[in-house]
Write a protein that binds this ligand. Structure first.
Ligand code: ACO
Length: 463
């Protein structure tokens, strides 16, 4: 008997988590003796979320996956694949995915494929594509896939530190999804660059060439947008421009780069066919400038930012909520942007085309379309439920504001914890929300144990 291919495969449900502690970027500016407005306007960031030594990428992943299972009453035996994207290395061999199996122990389900994917902030997208491919393949057995993107983004003291953040996103993947991925129109651009990398395995901090990361990011954006445009035109016999796109969600290292990215898409529309969602006449003065110069020409950038401002507000700003409030969540950043869009546009989201841009330094990047739709009547997943169940307003508003002094002290503590063993976390446990998983200790053999706050049992490995 021929089985029909699953249709409209995509995101059925989404869950977001970020730590309770945050520092105000305006206070960080003062503390760092940066000029007023550098972090808040210059980088476009409001707050920075961070983990204490009670939390790490594993605990945040446990929290989002358990919440996803509970909120949507997913039977743990009905999960057949878990893919994790992260660049925060706790163990060079043991995957985060293997730790997530703790959540499935009680159900007896050990038949769950998938491990971790790593390439800077791209791992979450690699995980998503793997999960999508599985559901669409002949090896799919009808069960759900779960994609987890989880990272703690920390930088050494200096100009990159305010672009840190932390958090995790879990997505339930299956057919007949309210957020379906267009599988025939995906563009990928990969290259060998040293813009941001982590060669020092004894440190959690990356080596960053800040200026180079910005240009690599914009070059990757251009390459992906042009390629997806070619594929779109082949399929629809129409040229792609921002007029065909309702919302744009970009990986957000900091908001200003996202603003510049949207402006850059407009520039691509100008170079490709001279038409877009706004009047492009002001760009005629820059016609024919060499591509390399177009990345550094400040007048061009200023003009682009000015003419794109209004469209940015309607097409991009709705996805900027969590990224501006929490900071770069590396692999989770793009999907926290998507969650923000769902939260802020819940009333007007059906039938929309969303352009997603994923970027991971080093570099790996992809651009794809998500399309929002009403699933069939039999489905228990829909956009409204999805937006409501995240509880984002409460998560954002109930956070602690920590002073920059305390934040820096925590970073110092975390430096000693990274790669360490034989310790019990010493930060105040009251800074962790109820129902959240947290680290209870790392023994002399580097084995980590986790507990759910207000839940009495300590999770242990299977014997
Ligand atoms: N008021 C308003 N704006 C200001 C002020 C002020 N008082 N002071 C500075 N600015 C502006 C600057 O003009 C600049 O704007 P521009 O980008 O439009 O030129 C912006 O604030 C940042 O100032 P810079 O001097 O360029 O900042 P600096 O070089 O110190 O650091 C950087 C910025 C490079 C982004 C750094 O934070 C970094 O390295 N971050 C990590 C790397 C990163 O996130 N890369 C992005 C892609 S890769 C990834 O996802 C990790």
């Amino acid at each position: 008997m021929m089985r029909t291919r699953p249709q409209n495969v995509g995101i059925l449900a989404i869950e977001v988590y970020f730590p309770c502690n945050s520092v105000l970027q305006s206070e960080l500016e003062v503390f760092d003796k940066a000029s007023t407005g550098k972090y808040t306007i210059g980088l476009g960031q409001d707050r920075l979320g961070f983990c204490t030594d009670h939390e790490d990428v594993i605990s945040m992943s446990l929290t989002v996956v358990q919440n996803l299972l509970e909120k949507y009453s997913i039977d743990p035996t009905n999960v057949g694949r878990i893919e994790v994207g992260s660049e925060t290395v706790i163990d060079k061999s043991k995957s985060i995915k293997s730790c997530l199996m703790l959540l499935f122990q009680k159900s007896g389900n050990s038949d769950i494929e998938g491990v971790d994917s790593t390439n800077a902030c791209y791992g979450g997208t690699a995980a998503l594509l793997n999960a999508m491919n599985w559901v669409e393949s002949s090896s799919w057995d009808g069960r759900y896939a779960i994609v987890v993107a989880s990272d703690s983004a920390v930088y050494a003291e200096g100009p990159a530190r305010p672009t840190g953040g932390a958090g995790a996103v879990a997505m339930l993947i299956g057919p007949d999804a309210p957020i379906a991925m267009n599988r025939t129109c995906i563009a990928t651009y990969m290259a060998h660059t040293y813009d941001f990398y982590k060669p020092n395995l004894a440190s959690e901090y990356p080596v960053v060439d800040g200026k180079l990361t910005q240009i690599c990011y914009l070059r990757a954006l251009d390459a992906c947008y042009n390629l997806i445009g070619q594929k779109y035109e082949k399929q629809s016999q129409q040229k792609l421009s921002l007029s065909d796109i309702d919302f744009v969600v970009c990986h957000s290292p900091y908001n200003k780069l996202v603003q510049k990215s949207f402006a850059r898409l407009l520039y691509n529309d100008f170079c490709n066919h001279g038409a877009s969602v706004v009047d492009l006449k002001p760009l005629h003065a820059y016609a024919g400038i060499p591509v390399a110069e177009s990345y550094t020409n400040r007048d061009l950038e200023k003009t682009l930012m000015t003419i794109s401002k209004e469209e940015y507000a309607s097409k991009v700003h709705p996805s900027a909520l969590i990224p501006k409030q929490v900071g770069n969540m590396y692999c989770a950043s793009l999907y926290a942007g998507l969650a923000s869009l769902l939260h802020s546009q819940r009333e007007k989201l059906t039938g929309k085309r969303i352009l997603m841009f994923s970027y991971g330094s080093g570099l790996a990047s992809s651009m794809f379309f998500l399309e929002t739709r009403d699933p069939s009547l039999q489905s228990r997943f829909n956009l409204h439920h999805l937006a409501d169940s995240m509880g984002l307003s409460h998560l954002l508003e109930s956070r602690n504001i920590i002073t920059p002094e305390e934040f820096n002290k925590t970073m110092e503590l975390m430096e000693t914890r990274y790669g360490g063993c034989n310790f019990v976390p010493s930060s105040p446990l009251n800074q962790i929300r109820e129902g959240v998983y947290h680290l209870t200790g790392v023994d002399e053999k580097f084995r980590r144990t986790y507990e759910r706050k207000s839940h009495s049992y300590i999770m242990q490995e299977e014997n």
